[in-house]
Ligand binder design. Sequence first.
Ligand code: AHR
Length: 306
Amino acid sequence: SGGSGGNGDGGSGGDEPVSVGFAQTGSESGWRSANTESMKTAFSADNGFDLTFNAADNDPAAQIAAVRSFINQGVDAIVIAPIVEDGWDDVLQEAADADIPVILEDRTVTASEDLFASWVGLDFHKEGVTAGEWAAETFGDTPTKIVVLEGTTGSAPANERASGFDEAIDGTAIETIDSQTGDFTRDGGKTVMEGFIQKYGIDGIDLLYAHNDDMALGAIEAIEAAGGVPGEDIKIVSIDAVKDGMQALVDGKINYIVECNPLLGELAAGLVTDVLAGTAVEKKNYVEDQSFTQEQAAEVIDSRLY
Ligand code: AHR
């Protein structure tokens, strides 16, 4: 085993690297790529870690199997970006029984908070509220037909971005005419949007709310292929603020983006180090998000880190 960094004193003592199993969701989006890179950099051998990385291709059963294999391996700590919220009780209990601390990053679970040491991520509900408030302010009392591209069914961001948005548009003249999952992928967004356009026509849809930029980018392809002008014929609001999304915002094809910061690696690694050292940590650690109009995106796009 290589590595002999300053963080190596957590679980195994001496100069041994800290072994960490990280169960990533998959590689569904630009956000996810940035998150994976941030995690791999923070949990590098240079920083005293020996990282076992698993990406479950968005299959909840495969992700739970990966966590079980980390437990069997006897890693010092486990980090999980849970694909879905439900179904974690048993395997988290198994980790607890094996005395292996679990840190969650990005997404949350419905299991008892006693079953994980800490979580770091974004306020998905607030992201949905911010997107909905923009829609309410922009369309106000004008009757507006909206379609929604939902994230992965059962995932915390899909659930919370939906409820936050709905809360914010409640009482307005905005009417959700259809809502389907595009699984947080560009292909999914494109296919579902093609279906929406077939069903309602470009003229029958005023606004698209996409739970992430990648689905919005797929939808843009579908709108253009049908002869529509994204950002004008159909206005678009999405979440993430990854490079390609921000470029589409600058280009006028998206109208508003709420940020979801994927650079969680350093914070997650800090939590692992603290938990293994027995240092008290907060159970929930929220990272701040911003949001961008087209003009604001043009100002910041060159300085964006992801
Ligand atoms: O959990 C965060 C979400 O997962 C991001 O918004 C989305 O792009 C990703 O796939």
